[in-house]
Design a protein around this ligand. Structure first.
Ligand SMILES: [Zn+2]
Length: 253
């Protein structure tokens, strides 16, 4: 039923030609023919691209304490890390998130991002707002996308983080995301305790403040030569995006 409603809504939108640049399909059969390929119709996904490119320019705002979801407070945000060649984490995760958004929307999902730009002139949002983003929207899930910056020699690979006391759904989302990333040929981090690509933590406000299934993925170690190469190429970012899309599809499917 949700699929049908979404299909009709899409038909109306396209019929009025209100989508800029989109062809105006007068024939509803065209729209209905696509719905089987939209397994995420009616689903709402929040993507949280970590940090903001301009955080470094707003130290006062970014350093302001906000609730950490454990009764304490922590800084609004941080600048994030970067590759040794200078690709900022904020830019890398922004690009990946936009690719994931496009893929999910093609599958019928509605996607909300926690920030609408990647700009040197902007900062935030703070981690508490990021954590609550899915609650307000009643999202089916939230995925926070980051990359790590370990200086440990040879440290590479991805890991997925969940807060274990915030519900089994979040742990399942993290575990399934880990499984899909590995299945897509990405290697689990060799420098995180356990070595299985899964990290259960209770110190991250983004995870603590969420009331919907939420996981944070550290796609790799930006300071590592091998991981940085993948992050720096369009093909590499597309591979990350496809893997994350598959993870959402698996969890919601
Ligand atoms: Zn980060």
């Amino acid at each position: 039923m949700r699929v049908l409603v979404a299909g009709l809504a899409l038909g109306l939108t396209l019929g009025t030609g209100s989508l800029a640049g989109a062809p105006a399909y007068a024939d509803r059969s065209d729209v209905l023919a696509r719905t089987p390929a939209q397994p995420l119709a009616g689903r709402l996904v929040v993507l949280d691209p970590g940090h903001q490119l301009g955080n470094q320019n707003f130290p006062r705002q970014v350093g302001r304490p906000v609730p950490d979801g454990r009764g304490g407070r922590k800084p609004c945000n941080t600048t994030g890390t970067a590759t040794n060649a200078g690709l900022p984490e904020a830019t890398f995760v922004w690009r990946v998130a936009r690719l994931v958004q496009a893929r999910l929307e093609r599958l019928g999902a509605t996607v909300e991002l926690t920030r609408s730009s990647n700009s040197l002139d902007e900062w935030g949002p703070c981690v508490d707002a990021r954590g609550r983003a899915g609650n307000r929207a009643k999202a089916d899930l939230e995925l926070s996308i980051h990359a790590d910056g370990s200086l440990k020699r040879g440290a590479r690979g991805f890991h997925v983080i969940a807060a274990p006391d915030r519900g089994r759904a979040s742990v399942r989302l993290a575990r399934e995301t880990r499984d899909v990333l590995e299945h897509r040929g990405l290697r689990a981090a060799n420098y995180i305790a356990g070595g299985d690509g899964l990290d259960l933590r209770t110190d991250l406000a983004t995870l603590n403040l969420s009331r919907v299934p939420t996981a944070m993925v550290e796609l790799g170690n930006m300071r590592d030569r091998v991981d940085a190469r993948r992050m720096t190429t369009g093909a590499g970012r597309a591979a990350y995006a496809t893997a994350l899309t598959r993870a959402v599809l698996r969890y919601l499917g």
